[in-house]
Structures are given as C-alpha cells and as structure tokens.
Design a protein around this ligand. Structure first.
Ligand code: EPZ
Length: 426
C-alpha cells in the first residue's frame, strides 16, 4: 500500500486546476446504460472510483475507450446486457457504493436490474430506501433477496414523487429512470448539488426532457429512447475546495483556475468570515491569508449549505485559527474519524456525538497517521503540509478514490510531498 511522505511546514502558493468532479462523473458514466449509442465524456478524472465504475459498465456490456490524454472517454455498448448475470455484483458494489447508480438506468432501459445492496461504509450506514421508493413510485416491482435488489418493470410510468430527504445519488437514480418512463414525472425535494444539475444537462443532451434544473422540483417528460451525446464534466468543487483550504491553513495564496464560485460559495463565505481574502476574477477563485484566522463554527448541510465532503478539511483548518470552533456533522453519523489522528499531531479537538470542538491555534507536529476514508485522508495530508517535521500518511488508496495526482498538484503549490510505494516492484 502506498503512503505519502510529507515534510512541513510549507506555504501553499500558486495556481492549481481541479479535475473533473468525481461525483458528477460517476452518474454520467452510469447514464451510458440509458442508450445504445456512443457517449463521449470529457474531463473524466483519473481516480479509482471511476475505474471501478468503468469496470462495472464493461461487465454490463458497455466498453470504454480513452481518446487523447485530457480525460476524454467514449462509452459504447458493444455487447447486449446479460439478463442472467448479476448486474452489479456484491464484490464490486462493496468497494464503491456509487455502483448503485446503475439501478435506475438499467431499469429504465431494460426493464429489469439485479444490483447488490451497498453495505454501509466507514462514514455511515447510508441506506438506499429513497432510491427504491422513488423507483417504486415509477411502477417498479422491488424485491430484496439475499443482499440484492431485484427490480422489474415492463415500462416505468411517470409519477409524482417527493423524497423524504435530500439525497444526491437517490435523486440521480430516480431522475435517470424517469427519463425513459411513459408520461411525465414530477420529482420533489430533489438534491440541489451542482453534480445533479450536471447530470440533468447531460441527460437533456442525450434527448431527455428535464426542466426545473437547479431547483428542488425536477419535471421529466419521458421519452421512448435516448441517444448518444458529448459532455464535459464540471470541475470538482470538493477537490478544488481542498486546495483552497490548504492555502488558508498555510497562510498561502492559491488561485483555483477553474473554480466555479457559485459551487464553492458555502466554503468561500466561511473562509472570508474567518478572515481569508477571497477574490473571484476571470482567472478563477483566489484565496490568500495574510494574518491569523479567526475560529468560526460550521454545520454541514445539503447544498447550498456547507458540504459534508469539506468538513474534515475544514477541521484541519480550524486547528490553525484563533479561538474555539464547533463543527456539527448533520449528514453522516461517523464522519469524525480524522479527529483522533489530528489530535496525535497536536490538535486540540474533542468530539461530542455529532459535534466536534476545536481550540486553536495549536502547532501541529508531523507524525505517522492513517487514512480511514476519502476526505479524512485529505484532511491529514493538509495537516502534514502545515505541520513541523515529517508526516507519513498511510493507506492513501482512500485518497486516490477522489483526488487525481494530489502529490503532483501539491508539489506544484510548494509542498514537499512524495509518494512512497510499498508494493513490491513489478
Ligand atoms: C453523495 O453520496 C456523494 N457521493 C457523497 O460524497 C456526499 O458526501 C453525499 O452525497 C452528501 O453530499 C456521490 O455523489 C457518489 P446522500 P450519497 O444520499 O448520494 C441519507 C465523497 O466523499 N439517505 O445525499 O450516498 C444518507 O444516509 C462522497 O465524495 C437515506 O437515508 O449521499 C445520508 O445521511 C462521500 N436514504 C443523507 O441521506 C437514502 O435512500 C445524504 O445522503 C439515501 C440517503
């Protein structure tokens, strides 16, 4: 297993570009199941979760071919879907819960699907009841058997459905299925994350008829079939936000060249509130800090609230801000696993149920730490960059699920970080 070896402290300064958004690319790949024509996607990030999804699509008869080196991949059905095989087998789904995103497209296009229930994961139970309720509202017959979801529908029928809570992939799954339903669907209380809107734009480019984009009510006029399309994945606001937090944490000065200010607004407002200088120009989004930051509370919320995917990174930042800050995690029940590792580096952090309290600033000392999940890994890498001395972050395979070339991007910004490969040389 590879590790990151970091020597700090470093000040992060310069320009960086976010890769395509992992959480927009995953549903976009799943959308290739809705058509028999080629789907060309640009800016697909080279991260582990997308490789996993491409493997699942290949298992389902959709091959992929890279074109050039800018993350352009063409997805094209080359084999019929095998109705007798497990569409999404447990050994794939257990490594990536977003595999569940094939459920809606398979049901919408083929009228049946057999997908393993995703187990929980490090950050929480993460049920999919809303996905299933939404598909049932469209007329699907859902059976749960031996850890699998087995669903059948001759043809889905448009319906009105209201999600009980904002769910990103739940909205995406039901939205994709509704595109091929007979009649109109009105989906209420949809998630507002930019990645949902990016998917809706892709689906409309494929011939879907979705209106209400960017609002909590999506209206879908079902069509008989969808065609191929060409689409560019939006920049990753969570990856980009991670580097902007790194700038603030090291009193640096970073320009996120392809940052979309509207998508980053919840973070940018909080950074400005804490005393950072935030500039949005034609060149991109710039964050710099010239003096001490002030501790500011945050509560994670569905978009447009503060994103749970930046919570761990924000905790690392608050260890360097003056005062006491409270972080309340309202989305997932176990997303503070980075706290004890930060404490080992010198942070004064106390977890109390769904809240964490940080007293700062405290000097951070390099240490050997272990990543537990994707965003906790990013938090520990930022802490290592700001810490005095050497930090070794183990199990960075978590990090590689969602960060493309992180060590290279950090090196370009001035960090001293190297990858230590512990796997035997081939
Ligand atoms: C998406 O996960 C993201 N993943 C997550 O990013 C992100 O943290 C999360 O949205 C919240 O923004 C992808 O888009 C692939 P939810 P998702 O359904 O869709 C509960 C990362 O780090 N819920 O919006 O699985 C659920 O338990 C990852 O990139 C139900 O109860 O999250 C959670 O408490 C981590 N029943 C809340 O809703 C359901 O059927 C929000 O979950 C669905 C969700």
């Amino acid at each position: 297993m590879d590790k990151f070896h970091i020597v700090g402290p470093s000040r992060l300064a310069g320009r960086v570009r976010a890769s395509g958004a992992k959480n927009a690319a995953l549903p976009a790949l799943a959308a290739s199941l809705l058509t028999d024509e080629p789907l060309t996607l640009h800016s697909v990030p080279r991260v582990r979760d997308l490789r996993t999804m491409a493997r699942l699509l290949d298992h389902l008869g959709v091959a992929n071919e890279e074109k050039g080196d800018a993350g352009t991949i063409v997805f094209h059905r080359t084999r019929p879907n095998n109705p007798d095989a497990d569409d999404a087998p447990y050994d794939l789904v257990k490594t990536m819960r977003a595999s569940v995103l094939v459920l809606g497209p398979l049901l919408g296009h083929f009228g049946h699907a057999r997908v393993s229930l995703p187990g929980g994961c490090a950050i929480g139970v993460r049920p999919i009841d809303q996905h299933l309720k939404g598909l049932e509202a469209l007329g699907a017959d859902i059976q749960l058997s031996h850890g699998y979801v087995e669903t059948v529908a001759r043809r889905l029928t448009g319906a009105r459905f209201r999600f009980d809570m904002a769910t990103v992939t739940g909205t995406e799954n039901v939205l994709m299925a509704a595109c091929l339903a007979k009649g109109t669907s009105v989906l209420e209380n949809c998630a507002l994350e930019p990645e949902v809107t990016d998917l809706a734009n892709l689906l409309n480019a494929m011939g879907a008829r979705i209106s209400g984009l960017g609002t909590a009510t999506l209206v879908v006029d079902g069509v008989d079939s969808l065609g191929g399309a060409e689409h560019t994945i939006i920049p990753d606001r969570i990856e980009g936000g991670t580097y902007l937090i790194g700038a603030a944490m090291t009193r640096g000065d970073v320009l996120l060249e392809n940052g979309i200010a509207a998508d980053l607004a919840p973070l940018l407002d909080k950074l400005a509130d804490a005393g950072a200088t935030v500039e949005v120009t034609a060149e991109g989004v710039r964050v710099r800090v010239d003096n001490e930051l002030v501790a500011k509370d945050v509560e994670t919320c569905p978009h447009p609230g503060f994103p749970t995917d930046l919570q761990a990174q924000y905790m690392a930042l608050m260890t360097q801000a003056r005062g006491v800050s409270s972080i309340r995690e309202t989305i997932f029940e176990n997303r503070f696993q980075h706290a004890p590792e930060l404490a080992r580096m010198g942070a004064d952090v106390r977890v109390d149920g769904a809240s964490a309290h940080i007293h700062g600033p405290t000097p951070l000392a390099g240490a050997a730490v272990m990543a537990t999940d994707l965003r906790a890994s990013a938090c520990l890498v930022l802490a290592g960059v700001a810490a005095e001395g050497e930090t070794v972050v183990d199990r960075i395979y978590h990090l590689e699920r969602g960060y493309e070339g992180m060590e290279l991007k950090l090196q370009k910004l001035g960090a001293r970080v190297a990858r230590w490969s512990t796997t035997p040389a081939a």
